[in-house]
Design a binder for this molecule. Sequence first.
Ligand SMILES: *Cc1c(COP(=O)(O)O)cnc(C)c1O
Length: 343
Amino acid sequence: MIENLLNPWVRDLVPYSTARDEFTGKASVYLDANESWYGDGVNRYPDPFCRDLRRTIERVLSIPFEMSAVGNGSDEVIDLLVRMFSAPGDSVMISRPTYGTYSVFARSHGVEVIDIPLLPSLELDADSIIRAIEEKKPKIVFICSPNNPTGRVYPIETIRRIADSNPGITAVDEAYSDFAENFTSSISLIDENPRVVVLRTLSKAYGKAGARLGILVACPEIQKAFMKMKAPYNVSLMSQREGIKALEDEGVEERVKDTVIRRKSFSAYLSTLPYVIEVFPSEANFILIRVPDAAALYDYLLARGIVLRNRSSEPMLQNTLRITIGSEEEMEELKEALDGYNR
Ligand SMILES: *Cc1c(COP(=O)(O)O)cnc(C)c1O
């Protein structure tokens, strides 16, 4: 059934067979891949299947080995999902305001983007989404939970309802799930509905944005199709090592906790500022605020060497700024600057 959702040319694709695919076992002389004989290990191609990293993902994140694949950041995963399941002229669905790359990758592939905007409460408009799915038949419905830039977690029941009524793929981006309390991952939906795929990343809680490590969690059929589509050596040797290091780092949990504590205390502080109109409740490692003049506050802070993200161009988010939770010192510096702002 999943077979029929894949583009036929993806279904029939014979993947590039790397030198290391064709050989299994142990050897001491590798003369199969035209690599340099000289080097410290990086002279060798990395494991195309990220096996050690995926075994660590299985052990630490409880994601079954045969259900995971690793991309060069979630960005690569999004790009490949678009190319696996949709063709130019097809459509995908998003709910703005949300993460911008779903649209960019879809459009770069000639795929139309249908926006079913969030409700004024910034919740998903499930009824409208389900109606629009029936009418427009998008190949992929992207749901970002916790959502960037609003910080909102959508109820798992809502996601399940949308996914069950969607004959296409429902892709749930959980980049910020580590920061959410009492979070139920949509991974739990895959067993009953293999059209659900989940995206995770090591860029946020695991602190490896520079290594570019995105994780696709999907039923084995989709996982296999992803493996065929991706560039043979899409994740570098250094990145695979960094990923294993990050997952095995016992300090991560503590740092995530610290981040959540600072998010809460900083949200409370922001609510006391007379010029802050709204502090959006967040389950991620950032806080969105509304002020009378976002551009002016942005410039004021920039002049003090502090960069925020102005999200005012997003629908419903006029005059909003997104604040990433940084270190204690960084938040203190921001606080001093905000205290000195009178508007
Ligand atoms: C930051 C972020 C990601 C992570 O992307 P990478 O390419 O893995 O760094 C994915 N989705 C959302 C919504 C994000 O905000």
